[in-house]
Design a binder for this molecule. Structure first.
Ligand code: FAD
Length: 411
């Protein structure tokens, strides 16, 4: 049987970062990356942004140039979906029959879109947006589809709404909560994005869940829980992901919402780490709650954390301030920190001028910032979040003083 010192499952942001950091840091052992996908590893964020807008082609969203893998002696195997792990024999098995013995296994398999649990969800012209194949299928649909209903007003749904509306499509977004981005942002941000989308002609229906989808003579019809009917040529579903961890569960790994990892990104199985979207970890920035983060930052930083441990042989705890971004129309939202459990928000700047920040506080301390076209607040805000700064909310709101000046005045 073939052997590899390090076997990485998944060639997304986390898996690729790990493989490349290992080599950059001089790791000379055998590194194998098993990817279920058939395409070279690519960045996922553009799938709902520049790639869907056709402003970037596939070559421009590759995570690494094509020759990187052979130059770095990394054995990248596309079309290898791992279906089984035998932790006592240290063997992974793929759907295509390939088996591999590992020294250390790193699970970086991300997640799969949560499917709509309603009648009609299996009809044609219903799209998800997680990988290149999804984005390409949606792009093909734009050739004949004009009316889109988007189910879910989170980041994916709203970015798809912005990109498709920029491409001249007629968009309706259905959101079950009473505001957009309810899971991730405060009400000021939700209201701002609602107005922006409406200003671009996107119809938004809040507090409305899709109950079923019907086939009609002209296409599809999404029927809401209140009985209202929304005609569409195509439907895009963005209602979250389910972490891809079944082989780990089958092998006996501790799990909940994701595979549970300790501070060093180790699963409960020997010599098996997990990183990225699939990994449920205790996060200091979430008030020490066990969470999964779905972000490029988390994927990359957890990968670096594991690489460091493999190379040094020493324990190294994951500690990285979470950050995130979203692009919609001419708006760049940048988030620093996590706003979980906030009890106060401060508005800094002007939503009307499309440049402002919302600062989240918990017990008087800054825990996160959402910065809309405010890159300076975003950059300087990092020092307010880690460690959490106690600053008078009125002073935080005063844009005449930069956040950096505010911090140095208080410390
Ligand atoms: P993934 O990137 O999902 O990679 C996992 C890989 O593992 C996949 O290629 C998958 O096919 C493969 N795999 C799964 N199962 C197996 C198996 N059994 N065997 C082998 N391979 C397997 N984050 C941001 O920070 N900012 C953004 O603006 C942003 N926008 C996004 C837009 C879209 C449309 C999407 C889908 C995501 C976006 N994200 C964004 C989230 C970000 O892309 C993810 O957090 C990141 O990709 C997570 O990296 P990962 O390596 O954990 O998982």
């Amino acid at each position: 049987m073939e052997k590899s010192d390090i076997v990485i499952v998944g060639a997304g942001h986390a898996g690729v970062q790990l493989a490349s950091t290992l080599r950059q840091s001089g790791f000379a052992g055998a590194v194998t990356v098993l990817s279920a996908e058939n395409d070279l590893p690519y960045e996922r964020p553009p799938l709902s942004k520049d790639y869907l807008l056709k402003e970037k082609d596939f070559e421009r969203i590759l995570l690494k140039p094509e020759n990187f893998w052979s130059e770095q002696s990394i054995d990248l195997r596309l079309g290898h979906c791992v279906t089984q792990i035998n932790p006592s024999k240290k063997i992974v098995s793929c759907a295509n029959g390939v088996q591999l013995h590992y020294g250390t296994l790193v699970w970086a398999a991300g997640g799969a879109p949560r499917h709509l649990p309603i009648p009609g969800a299996e009809l044609p012209s219903i799209f998800y947006l997680r990988d290149k194949a999804d984005a390409d299928a949606l792009d093909s649909a734009t050739q004949h589809a004009q009316r889109f209903v988007i189910i879910g007003g989170g980041y994916i749904g709203l970015e798809a709404a912005a990109s498709l509306s920029k491409r001249g499509k007629q968009i309706t977004v259905l959101e079950a909560e009473d505001r957009l981005l309810a899971r991730v942002a405060g009400a000021e941000i939700s209201d701002f994005f609602m107005r922006e989308h409406q200003a671009h002609g996107v119809a938004i229906e809040l507090s409305l869940a899709a109950e079923r989808i019907e086939k009609t003579d002209t296409g599809l019809c999404v029927v809401g829980t209140d009985g209202r009917r929304f005609e569409a040529d195509a439907v895009v579903v963005g209602i979250g992901i389910i972490p891809t961890i079944q082989p780990l569960i089958d092998a006996g790994a501790r799990h909940g919402n994701g595979v549970e990892i300790d501070a060093q990104c180790r699963t409960s199985l020997p010599d098996i780490y997990a990183i990225g979207d699939c990994a449920a970890h205790i996060n200091a920035f979430a008030d020490n709650a066990r969470i999964r983060l779905e972000s490029v930052q988390n994927a990359n930083d957890q990968a670096r954390c594991v690489a460091h441990q493999i190379i040094s042989g020493e324990e190294h705890a994951y500690h990285a301030i979470p950050w995130f971004w979203s692009n919609q129309y001419d708006i760049r939202l940048q988030t620093m920190g996590l706003n979980m459990g906030y009890d106060q928000t401060v508005l800094r700047g002007s939503p009307e001028e499309k440049s402002f920040s919302v600062i989240y506080l918990r017990h008087g301390a800054v825990i996160a910032l959402d910065c809309v076209n405010s890159p300076r607040d975003y950059v300087q805000g990092k020092a307010l979040v880690d460690p959490p700064a106690q600053i008078n909310p009125e002073r935080l709101a005063d844009t005449a003083t930069t956040l950096k000046e505010l911090l140095s005045a208080t410390s």
